[in-house]
Design a protein around this ligand. Structure first.
Ligand code: NDP
Ligand code: GDR
Length: 346
């Protein structure tokens, strides 16, 4: 039996770590790419216990370099490429729109060009996003819903998405796109709202923080569990034909709802009072304010409501999410309580 070889760009990120764990469990040889920085951080693959797996090879690589992309494909002989690398934080994309375009948009094109030049039989997965729907044109969003991105990140991802479709149609490359709605986990970066909330709730519970500051509490998101979603990525590349698939839970909740759920998970009941910038959440047992709104976390343009239909993925790939939002939130709160108790938290 020949061993399958895959490249995962962005191994230091949330999805890269979970996907590597999945592919290793399926017997793949995995090349995981990381960027050269003054202090590379492998805490996620270490937390999953896969950092010393002999089938996981770590390769230095930057998505913005076409020649590096070509050499990456030549030197590894991979037959599947999962392009997860990106400047993925929507808020930062307003401050660094050009960097975001170069990494998140043109970076994907570098890989597609490298595939075209080195081995057009490579299967390519593009990490597309519900942020491409932005100002939503239909509820729920499906593969046929028109796009209307609301951030430089969303626009850059839409470019990469259409390039994937274009390389499929122009050159017959097996380029598939997963339009994934928000997916979270204990490995989520702390700049994203769910993990910011669960980490802060843990610190408040342990007396290490008084109050959590957030931006827009009304934003509604369709939140799933990252480990369920990387299984969907793999299925997308095992399909008979390249295609585009939405992965989502078909349930939407506000940021405010997630805050209440996280405090409940830590045994604290909260009540929201006031409106707009004056809204706060109060611990009903102590009367203390534990959440405030800080407008510095507002975005110049917001995505108000996301809810996706995974019907096509279910019908064609047999994929559906397995983890409820309550289970996901509890898992994240418990992981952050443990880390903050042990005095270690990334
Ligand atoms: P993360 O932000 O956790 O990880 C992004 C990864 O990309 C990191 O490993 C990062 O490396 C790497 N990276 C950034 N810039 C470059 C570069 N120039 N060259 C090479 N690597 C780079 O994202 P997630 O794991 O959450 O998401 C994975 C992908 O899926 C991303 O493309 C994201 O945009 C997309 N996506 C995510 C969703 C989600 O809800 N999580 C939903 C839909 C799409 P470093 O550690 O050095 O910064
Ligand atoms: P998002 O995720 O922008 O949907 O992108 P994020 O968790 O950053 O924001 C979700 C919503 O919460 C609101 N919000 C806050 N967000 C952050 N980060 N910090 C806050 O303090 C805060 N307060 C309120 C935001 O305004 C927003 O409405 C994520 C990323 O993983 C993308 O890469 C991915 O493509 C999409 O999910 C799907």
């Amino acid at each position: 039996m020949t061993i399958k070889t895959a490249i995962i760009t962005g191994i230091t990120g949330q999805d890269g770590a979970y996907l590597a764990e999945l592919l290793l469990s399926k017997g793949y040889k995995v090349y995981g790419t990381f960027r050269r920085t003054s202090s590379v951080n492998f805490w996620r693959i270490e937390e999953l216990g896969i950092e010393n797996d002999p089938n996981l090879l770590l390769v230095e690589y930057d998505l913005t370099d076409l020649s590096a992309s070509i050499r990456l494909l030549q030197s590894t002989g991979a037959t599947e490429v999962y392009n997860l690398a990106a400047q993925s934080f929507v808020g930062v994309s307003f401050e660094q729109p050009i960097t975001t375009a170069e990494i998140t948009g043109v970076g994907a094109l570098n890989l597609l060009e490298a595939i075209r030049l080195v081995n057009p039989n490579i299967r390519y997965y593009q990490a597309s996003t519900s942020e491409m729907f932005g100002k939503v044109q239909a509820i729920p969003q499906t593969e046929d819903t028109p796009f209307y991105p609301r951030s430089p990140y969303g626009v850059a991802k839409l470019y990469a998405h259409w390039m994937t479709v274009n390389y499929r149609e122009s050159y017959g490359i097996f380029g598939s796109s997963g339009i994934l709605f928000n997916h979270e986990s204990p490995l989520r970066g702390r700049e994203f709202v769910t993990r910011k909330i669960t980490d802060s709730v843990a610190k408040i519970k342990l007396g290490k923080l008084d109050c959590l500051e957030l931006g827009n509490l009304d934003a509604k998101r369709d939140w799933g569990y990252a480990k369920d979603y990387v299984e969907g990525m793999w299925r997308i590349l095992q399909a008979d034909e390249p295609d585009t698939f939405v992965l989502a839970t078909n349930r939407t909740e506000t940021v405010r709802d997630f805050v209440s759920m996280a405090f409940k998970g830590a045994g604290i009941a909260v009540e929201f009072k006031g409106k707009g910038e004056d809204e706060v959440a109060v611990d009903t047992a102590t009367g203390k304010i534990v959440v405030r709104v800080n407008p510095k976390f507002y975005r110049p343009a917001e995505v108000d409501l996301l809810i996706g239909s995974p019907a096509k993925a279910k019908a064609k790939l047999g994929w559906e999410p397995k983890t409820t939002l309550e289970q996901l939130c509890q898992m994240m709160v418990e992981a952050d309580l443990r880390r903050n108790t042990e005095g270690f938290s990334f």
